[in-house]
Design a protein around this ligand. Sequence first.
Ligand SMILES: *Cc1c(COP(=O)(O)O)cnc(C)c1O
Length: 338
Amino acid sequence: MSGYQSGEQPQAGKFIKLNTNENPYPASPAVAVAIRAALDQGLEKYPDAMATSFRVRAGEVLGVDPDWILCGNGSDDILTILTRTFVGENDLLRLPFPSYILYRTLAEIQSARFEEVRFDENWKLSAAFSANVDRLRLAYLPNPNSPSGTVLSPQEVQEIADRLPCPLLIDEAYVDFAEQTCLELVRQNPHVMVSRTLSKSYALAGLRFGFLVAQPELIQQLLKVKDSYNCDTLSIAGATAAIDDQAWVRENRTKVIATRVRLATALEKLGFSVVPSQANFVWCTHAAQPVQPLYEALKRDRILIRYMNYQGWGEGLRISVGTDDQVDACLSRLASAM
Ligand SMILES: *Cc1c(COP(=O)(O)O)cnc(C)c1O
């Protein structure tokens, strides 16, 4: 197998990083305070295996009981736990295309098969996504999707969930930048799960913290599969402080969305087709010129964006929403490279 290729993470030199959908603003100041306090308590003891402080606070924010929440070392850990739980050798994992490439890799690690159902030209999914197929065990649906930033409405997702013969994970990594969430479906359907991450909308990609919301019977089964201490003392403390500061999230969301609108409008002026995004990035294609040289020109100037070429679909650029200054630098370099 080839293994998952994440976006470039240069560890030296100064880059404007608009390639992996990180938040350009610093996290809530409460996070560092909480981590320092936890450090003062010492790290000799194992962490709380259930990350109870986080689950209690997140439960209040989301309106669910703590036993509906499972915490992970990033939401990638949640995806790993789910794949290991449901998908065995030669079983089938369903995912949309194009979407988050990690899902395929997780199936391959299990010696399982994956089936990609293509989005149509409006980034909607046909009934093929909910069709019954032998040995179908799990379906992944990022919503908002990456790389497009598009969404299916809760109504559309509910129709998929009701027809699907297997559990459905709605990956809501970007939902804090969107208009609607599918969280309510978790209450209605024991096969529906929602995952969230603190990496994007809480500006904590370096902390590694994500979580799953599902009905308690399902969480009980997943606990058998997760590493005992999958979240560490410092990340639990930081994540609890982060989810506690919802005012910070609201303010950040407003700033990011305003810059997203500016970015999309400016890209259209440069002749790009831009898909309407409900995430902290935009996906754009260009009918008149190849976009890979643009990605390369920006990289030479230490501006990183994501060039994607999906086999059988086509190429495009995924540009994360940075600060206004970062986005302006990106746009002016793009304009001069075209
Ligand atoms: C970024 C991302 C994740 C992973 O988030 P982590 O919590 O940093 O592991 C999961 N799903 C999608 C669709 C993402 O874009």
